[in-house]
Design a protein around this ligand. Structure first.
Ligand code: ADP
Ligand code: MG
Length: 565
């Protein structure tokens, strides 16, 4: 064919393929989950397109996925009659990895200390289509985009190049054929030609797929000829539309893994149903570990929107604020238009109501966990605390609930963090503000000269070391009626708060003693300082630099400077 072409994989793609081929996954079975989920996505897309564009010439009467094995040829085929791809789409979608964070992922994998750590990284990333190369030494993909006539064949051994050519007479949809590696049949366990094996994988990973996953299976023989019948392997039951009592924990966990590509069970499950004027089902999960790209600029939110079990969109920002981007799950709204756009969703009164309820519910779930499972909560806070604190800036309406969730280091106990409530309960008589100091690390903060007097006089100081801490302490006015006060800013008159009789006479004497020094200091330091003054904040250090009450802290200054401001 004159249109046949050999193209090279993009460099990052090639590296990732090498990792996949050299079996970074311990669990190869998931390749089938990935291919089925792609097929299912393609069916969703075709269904949606045909609903939106009635002119589209596509048959959607029997959307399905077929799995087919050829034992002699040692091939396993995954076929769908979904939306398909054009030639350009194949090159763009299959020849490159467009996901943000690929480069940094590869870097981390290289630095991973052992195979398991590397595996976890890749597992969280999800290599999708390329996972086929774990079990196949050659993959052929045939596809025709709905609404077009030209078919495309893509073939590769995953080594560095792929071939692409035009083919005639393809049905609409995509067929992926895996030429299985010999090695995988040796132990007899990983034989992806075996019916029982395929059944087991589909049941485990793809049972909730909304489309039938069919396979021709042999059922005895009649007059010497094998009889085959098409069987549907999955239940197709959308878990979120079931009653909570009908769903087992194992089913929830499996569903979570399917939608999140996470390897570990979720920490919390939130299953809600609203039957009011705007009916919806929501099934949300709080993961137990943060994804590697939680702080990447383009990290997506984990909530998908469905309308009556038709998939509408991933990453539904209208349903979950950015600071809860780690929450995964599904919201199925019953009375929305399938055509609904992201923009319209953002302003939809009902959707905003749903979002408010979901956020309340997630924060409530975290609070319950904090009260009932301290150890689990501490782990979770370690994973997501930094993100949750963004909520103090992003979502003032829920600031109170978020402040309750905070777990912060403090001078009270070097080994255990404190909640703000606990801090307030320990406050000294006469103390009315919450003292904190921000810095790059616990050690840096503890050794700061600003701390001296506070420690000497027995005041507890919160030690805030996340960059985001700089920002929220400025924005949140108070907790339980107590302001937040940096020990590094403004005038701190501990003597008065202490009320220990370090009277005015003493102060006046000290001022007289240093009367000559202060102007000299101010003149010598010139533009570097605004003022030199006596302070009661130090005990052993001779001097320290203090910001004005409304100055930026050094760390924040650094942050802004780094941002070029
Ligand atoms: P992801 O599914 O996370 O996007 P994949 O590597 O699994 O990543 O797939 C890459 C892209 O290739 C998909 O987003 C989709 O656009 C396209 N694709 C893969 N398989 C199919 C298919 N069976 N039908 C149509 N498009 C597909
Ligand atoms: Mg995929």
């Amino acid at each position: 064919n004159s249109s046949a072409q050999t193209l090279e994989f993009q460099a990052e793609t090639r590296q990732l393929l090498q990792l996949v081929i050299h079996s970074i996954y311990s669990n190869k079975d998931i390749f089938l989950r990935e291919l089925i989920s792609n097929a299912s996505d393609a069916l969703d897309k075709l269904r949606l397109e045909s609903l939106v564009d009635s002119g589209l010439d596509a048959d959607t009467s029997d959307l399905h996925i077929v799995l087919d094995v050829d034992k002699d040829a040692r091939t396993l085929t995954v076929r769908d009659n979904g939306v398909g791809m054009t030639r350009d789409e194949v090159v763009e979608l299959i020849g490159t990895i467009a996901k943000s964070g690929t480069a940094s992922l590869l870097e981390k994998v290289k630095q991973a200390k052992d195979a398991e750590a590397a595996q976890n990284l890749i597992g969280q990333f999800g290599v999708g289509f390329y996972s086929a190369f774990m079990v196949a030494d050659k993959v052929s993909l045939r596809t025709r985009r709905a609404g077009t006539d030209e078919g495309t064949l893509w073939e590769s051994d995953g080594q560095g190049t792929y071939e692409i050519s035009a083919v005639d007479d393809l049905p609409v949809g995509t067929t992926v054929t895996l030429h299985l590696k010999e090695a995988d049949s040796e132990d007899g366990l990983a034989d992806y030609l075996a019916e029982w094996k395929i059944r087991a994988i589909v049941k485990q990973y793809s049972d909730f797929i909304r489309w039938p996953i069919r396979m021709p299976v042999e059922r005895g023989e009649s007059e010497g000829v094998a009889v085959t019948e098409m069987q549907t392997l999955n239940s197709m039951k959308a878990l979120w539309s079931k009653a909570r009592s009908e769903v087992t924990e194992a089913e929830y966990n499996e569903f979570y893994k399917q939608i999140s590509h996470d390897w570990t069970d979720p920490a919390q499950i939130v299953h809600m149903r609203s039957e009011g004027t705007f009916a919806y089902d929501a099934l949300l999960f709080i993961p137990s570990q943060a994804p590697f790209d939680l702080f990447a600029r383009e990290t997506k939110r984990g909530v998908q929107l469905y309308v009556k079990r038709v998939f509408i969109m991933d990453d539904c920002e209208a349903l979950m604020p950015n600071y809860l981007r780690f929450v995964k799950g599904v919201v199925d709204a019953h009375d929305l238009s399938l055509n609904i756009s992201r923009e319209i969703l953002q302003h939809d009164r009902h959707i905003r109501g749903v979002r408010r309820r979901l956020v309340k519910k997630v924060l409530g779930t975290l609070k319950d966990m904090q009260a009932g499972d301290a150890e689990g909560y501490a782990k979770l806070w370690g994973q997501f605390g930094r993100v949750l604190k963004e909520g103090l800036i992003e979502d003032p309406d829920n600031a109170e609930a978020l402040l309750e969730l905070i777990s912060a280091d403090s001078t009270h106990d070097a080994t255990a963090p404190t909640t703000l409530r606990e801090y307030v309960e320990r406050m000294k008589d006469g103390q009315d503000v919450i003292y904190y100091l921000t810095g790059a690390s616990r050690a840096a903060v503890e050794n700061s000269p600003h701390m001296e007097a506070f420690l000497a006089k027995g005041y507890e100081v919160l030690i805030l070391t996340d960059p985001v801490d700089e920002v929220w302490v400025e924005q949140v006015s108070e907790f339980g009626g107590h302001r937040f006060q940096s020990v590094a800013k403004g005038q701190v008159d501990l003597d008065d708060a202490e009320g220990d009789g370090d009277g005015d006479g003493e102060k006046a004497k000290r001022e007289a003693d240093f009367a000559a020094l202060l102007p000299w200091l101010a003149a010598t330091l010139g533009d570097h300082v605004k003022q030199a003054r006596l302070s009661s904040r130090l005990t052993t250090s001779a001097a320290c630099v203090v910001g004005d009450a409304d100055d930026m802290t050094p760390m924040l200054e650094k942050m802004y400077r780094a941002m070029g401001q």
